[in-house]
Structure formats: C-alpha cells, structure tokens
Design a binder for this molecule. Structure first.
Ligand code: ADP
Ligand code: MG
Length: 625
C-alpha cells in the first residue's frame, strides 16, 4: 500500500469507467481497484434528483435508467468540451434534455429545470472512482492520470481536466487511451528491438486506431514510446450496434403496435445490448421487451447480427487504412495488434482485424480494463516509481494562424509528437500600432475559413514604434497532455505582450473527419487559392512601392522606361483587382508571370532610386524587405 499521495490511473469511459493502481517499486503490478462489492467497472451513468442532487452513480443508476430517462445521465463524455451544435448528432441517442449554455456549450437540463455542465456530471463519476480508490488504498487520493480518446481536441481535454478539478483530483497527465493500452501490455517497458504496434480500441461510443513506434532504450534510462499516427471516429462503437438492433426490431413491430414510451425504448435498448453480448459467445438468443404495455419476443441469431455489422466494421477498417497511410506503413509493418474496448469481444471484429493486419490480435488482458491498467502504469511512471518509460503522443490536426488575406500558415503540423513547441515572429503593419490580433486555427485546409477556429489572441501592450519594427516572438506550446498555450514577448523592449484569449469550442470528430476528407478533396483548389492570396499580398506591396518611386523620382527616370514600367504596373494591378473580385477567374501562373516581369523590369528602378538617394543624402528610403 502506498504511504501517501498515490497517483491512480483512471479510464473515464463513455460507457464504463475504472480506476487502477500500480506500485512496481513494491512489486505491485497494475490492478483494478474494485468497488465494495468487488465489481471492477463503474458504469458512467449518474442519476440526479429533479433539483440536481446526485441520487445514484454507476450500476444502480444504469439499472434504473429506463425508469428515470430524463434525469439519468449516460454517455456524458459525448458532450464534454463541445457546443450543443457540435453534439447535435448525438442528441437523438440521449434520453435527457440538452440545452445551450453560456458560450454555446452543451448543458444538461433536468426535469425540475436544474442545469448541469458535462464537467459536473463527469466529476460525479470521477468522485466515485476517487472514493473507491481511497477505500481500496486506505489513504486519501488526490492525483490521477486520466485517459481520453486520441481524437479529443484541446477543449475536450481541458473539460476533462476541469472535471477532475471539480472532483478534487489533480489530473497530472491526460493520456490517450490507446497509448495506455500498449503500456498495459508492457510494450515500451521491456522492448528489446524497435517495433511498430497498432492499438484497435472499439468501445461503447468511440473508435480509435493508433500506430505506435516503440524504440528500446540504449544506455538511456527511458524507452522511447512514440505515437506515429492516429485515426478514429467518435461515432463508432457498441452503442451503434445496440441502436441497429433496436432499429431492426422496431419497424415491423410498429406497424401494428402503439408507439413506445421513452422508458420502454430505453429498456429495449438495454435488452438489445444484452442480446449483443450473449451473441459474442452463442449462436442465437431471444430478446424480450415491452411495447405499449405488452410483452414481445424476438429471436436473433449471430448470423443476423453479423450481417448488420459488416459495413460498421468496414468503417473501422477504413480508419486503420488511414492511420497506416499517415504513418506511411503497410499492414504487414505492424508487429502487434492490441485489442481494447468491450466491443472487441465480438468474434467478427477479431476476425476482421486479424485478417486486415495478417496477425492474431492481442486479447489476453481484459479489453474493458486494459486502458485503466495502462493509466496506472503511466501513473507509476509519473510518481517516479519506475523510470523506464517515456510517452509521447501526437496532435491530431495541424495548428496554424491566419495570415494576410485569410490564408493559413501552419505552425505545428498534424501528427507532430507532443510536447511540441513552435515560435513565429510577427510585427506590426501600421505606425504606432500597440496590439496585434492572432487567429489560431486547427485543420488541414489552406484557407482560414475552411479550418476550425480555436480562438483569437490579442497581443496588447506593444510599445508604440514605427510599422515593422516591433519583433514579437509568439510561442505556441502544446504540453504533454495535448493542451495548447500561447505566449508572446516583444524582443526589442523585452515586454511580455498580454494575451487575451477568446476561446471557441472543441472540434467534433466528424469535423476532424470532414476536415481531413476535405483537405484531400480540396487540396489542389486550396493550393491555388493560397497561392493567389499570397500573390495578391506581395504584388500589392510591389505595386505600391513602384508607384511611390515613380511619383517621387519623376524626372530622374527616363520617359521610355517610366512608360514601360507603368504598363507592367497596370497589367499587374488589373490582375490584383480581378483576383480580389473572384480568385477563380485568375490563372495563378499568369499572375505569377506578371509579377515576375514587373519585378525584373523594376530592377533598374531600384538602381535609380539608390543612386538618387545617395545623391540627395541619407533621407531616401529603402524598398520593403
Ligand atoms: P467505453 O470505452 O466507451 O466506455 P467499453 O470499452 O467499456 O466502452 O465498452 C463498452 C461496450 O462494449 C458496450 O457497447 C458494451 O455493450 C460492449 N461489450 C461489452 N462486452 C461485450 C461482449 N461480450 N460482446 C460485445 N460487446 C460487448
Ligand atoms: Mg474505452
């Protein structure tokens, strides 16, 4: 038993949550800390009174969910760190009311009118786990490593941290679930030669595939454990099967029967899940449910179930392909495949995954528990109880900032390992300007309007200086948990710029998926647009500078040359104007050629300009840099 202040590992799941502990220094291998009745899983379900008092958490809340559908809160993880609009696709699956709270966030409204944030509901689950850990370990538990799906974005990770804080826990590290799973198998702890591992995590609500590269320590005291790529879908899981089964059972029934009450429907869903689980071990089973007060029975076979599942598994396999593509690997490059999540108990899933990777997947550890066990291993590393592993994860989408004309400059590209740090220099464009607005974006597209806005940072307190003189060094830091912070310093004055953050909501996985798909479909169009936007910005500067010179130098320029220059100027100015009206009407190659020819033509102007300024003395100005 730990002496004091242990760090536990928590799998805060959509469907089920668990807490585990490991103390290798005392020979205690990772184990799940069960409840007083010895049950390892805590269903992620909380029932509230209409006034918002916590009535029941876990098994009891789940068992009686059908009786209190509007105040029994399940699958709260789907709302964490998201706006109500982001979560719209999930709402039909939820039995309770979801409203829009401050800053468009999703909130739960109980029948009595009491409103809860998803963080508070998750905190209730975390508190229950903390209490169970305290009881099992015989001491106060204040710190935890908490796992999240690899697809969780910044807002969702922050929300998870906040939930922990509400529950009286410090989240010392947020770890991706598949990464934890690999650790549970000791991969990265005892590896002798470099290898590449895939973690296939199919739970109740989400699917993740991660490809990990494990490089054993040579002389160093830490193995190198790197996530090469991740792909996933937060709308792929066992819940979908339950829903498919319900859909399968309903249409024929509904033709003659009264429509079902909310509680009957929830009961049917529970029966569908039970049948699905039985079919993982049996060839057929019977589903009994109540419809309009009358009992109904239907038999369902494994073969029938598998016929629904085929396209559902295809989606998971597609994600596997995508992750492999991102990591530039073939299925045969993967030496081990780890199965995680209750839905990987389905024989068809195991078969298909085995076929795809051409290797028998690892199923020795309980797929429900493997993430929590791995979180406990990570916790023991954090606690300094073992010094033999170091974990690195990746960011799922590129981070960038909006530049002139609405293009995006990527600052940290997708699949970069965290922690990651990038710095960019900025300056002002107007004399005496004391603030700069930075628009931070996430996504793969070239234009800001096609990416997800993460927030606007106002750098204030820049000492007034001529345009272009301040040197603002902006640092983007993604910590080991994948959380972004931005800081800035003005290098000439040494002054730290104040950062005022106007955060937006997190990304949905659908958006991540869509953005990724779009980036492939629109790649060419985007490139063209980005090029034209850059051409407009650069040409404008050229045109302005040359016009200024022509006006200023006047007679010093031979008339023939001035005329020639003006005609090139007009041609480029016309292209700029056309591109600004509608970029699709302009051929970027022609645009580029026009700019080049003006640039070439103006070399002489530069020479004249320099000669003139030497002749006239030091007051002459130089071209923009
Ligand atoms: P999450 O990570 O989303 O909390 P879990 O890993 O706990 O989810 O998996 C829960 C899902 O696994 C549920 O949809 C449950 O019905 C399903 N499940 C559990 N056991 C089995 C089984 N033997 N066969 C098929 N599905 C199962
Ligand atoms: Mg899980």
């Amino acid at each position: 038993m730990p002496e004091s202040d242990p760090i536990v590992g928590i799998d805060l799941g959509t469907t089920n949550s668990l807490v585990a502990y490991a103390d290798p220094a005392r020979g205690l291998s990772p184990c799940i800390l069960p409840d007083a009745e010895g049950r390892p899983l805590l269903p992620s379900v909380v029932r509230y009174s209409a006034e918002g008092r916590t009535e029941s958490i876990g098994h009891d809340a789940r068992e009686h969910a059908a009786d209190f559908p509007q105040r029994t809160i399940a699958s709260i993880k789907r709302l964490m760190g998201r706006s109500r609009r982001d979560a719209a696709a999930d709402l039909p699956y939820l039995s309770y009311e979801v409203i829009e709270g401050p800053n468009a966030t999703a909130r739960v409204r109980l029948p009595g009118g009491h409103v809860l944030s998803p963080q508070e509901v998750s905190a209730a689950i975390l508190s229950a786990l903390r209490e169970r850990a305290s009881r099992a370990l015989g001491c106060k538990v204040r710190r935890a490593v908490i796992t999240v799906p690899a697809y969780f974005d910044d807002a969702q990770r922050q929300a998870t941290r906040d939930a922990a804080r509400i529950a009286g826990l410090e989240a010392v590290r947020i770890v991706n679930e598949p990464t934890a799973a690999a650790l549970a198998y000791g991969i990265g702890l005892t590896t002798k030669k470099p290898e590449t591992v895939a973690v296939f995590d199919l739970g109740g609500g989400t699917f993740d595939l991660s490809i990990l590269s494990v490089i054993p320590a040579e002389g160093a005291d830490a193995d190198f454990f790197q996530v090469l790529s991740t792909a996933g879908d937060t709308h792929l899981g066992g819940d979908d099967i339950d829903q498919m089964l319900v859909q399968h059972l309903l249409p024929t029934e509904q033709a003659h029967a009264p429509s079902m009450t909310a509680s009957e429907l929830q009961n049917l869903r529970a029966q569908a899940e039970r049948a699905k689980i039985i079919l993982s071990d049996h060839d057929s089973t019977e589903i009994a449910f109540i419809q309009g007060g009358a009992e109904r029975r239907r038999t369902i076979t494994r073969e029938q179930l598998e016929s629904f599942l085929s396209s559902w598994i295809d989606r998971a396999i597609d994600c596997c392909r995508r992750a492999l593509r991102d990591a530039k690997l073939a299925p045969t490059d993967i030496s081990k495949v780890i199965m995680v999540g209750g839905s990987t108990r389905i024989p068809l899933v195991r078969r298909r995954v085995g076929e795809f990777f051409g290797t028998m997947p690892y199923t020795a550890l309980d797929p429900d528990q493997v993430v929590a066990l791995g979180a406990a291993v990570q916790a023991s590393i954090m606690a300094g109880l073992r010094g033999d592993a170091l974990l690195l994860d990746v960011i799922p989408l590129s981070l960038g900032i909006e530049t002139v004309g609405g293009a995006v400059a990527k600052i940290i590209v997708r699949n970069t390992t965290v922690p990651a740090r990038a710095t960019e220099m900025f300056s002002t464009s107007v004399d005496g300007q004391t603030s700069i607005k930075l628009h931070v974006l996430q996504g793969e597209r070239e234009m800001a309007s096609d990416c997800r806005s993460l927030g606007v940072f106002h750098l204030r307190g820049i000492p007034p200086m001529p345009a272009g003189i301040p040197q603002l060094q902006v640092e983007f830091l993604i910590d080991a948990s994948g959380v972004l912070t931005v800081s800035a310093i003005e290098r000439r004055s040494g002054k730290r710029a104040d950062l005022q953050v106007v955060p937006n909501h997190g990304l949905t996985a659908e958006e991540v998926d869509r953005m990724e798909r779009d980036s492939l479909t629109h790649a060419r169009e985007d490139m063209t647009r980005h090029r034209i936007v850059d051409l407009i910005a650069n040409s404008r500067l050229d045109v302005k500078w040359i016009r200024d010179r022509l006006d200023k130098l006047g007679d010093a320029i031979p008339p023939d040359y001035a005329a020639q220059l003006r005609s090139r100027l007009d041609a480029l100015a016309a292209l700029i104007a056309a591109a600004e009206r509608d970029w699709t009407t302009v051929d970027p190659n022609a645009f580029h050629a026009a700019k080049e020819s003006l640039d070439r033509e103006s070399v002489r102007l530069h020479e004249i300009s320099i000669a003139e300024s030497l002749r006239r003395g030091p007051a002459g100005s130089s071209p923009p840099g």
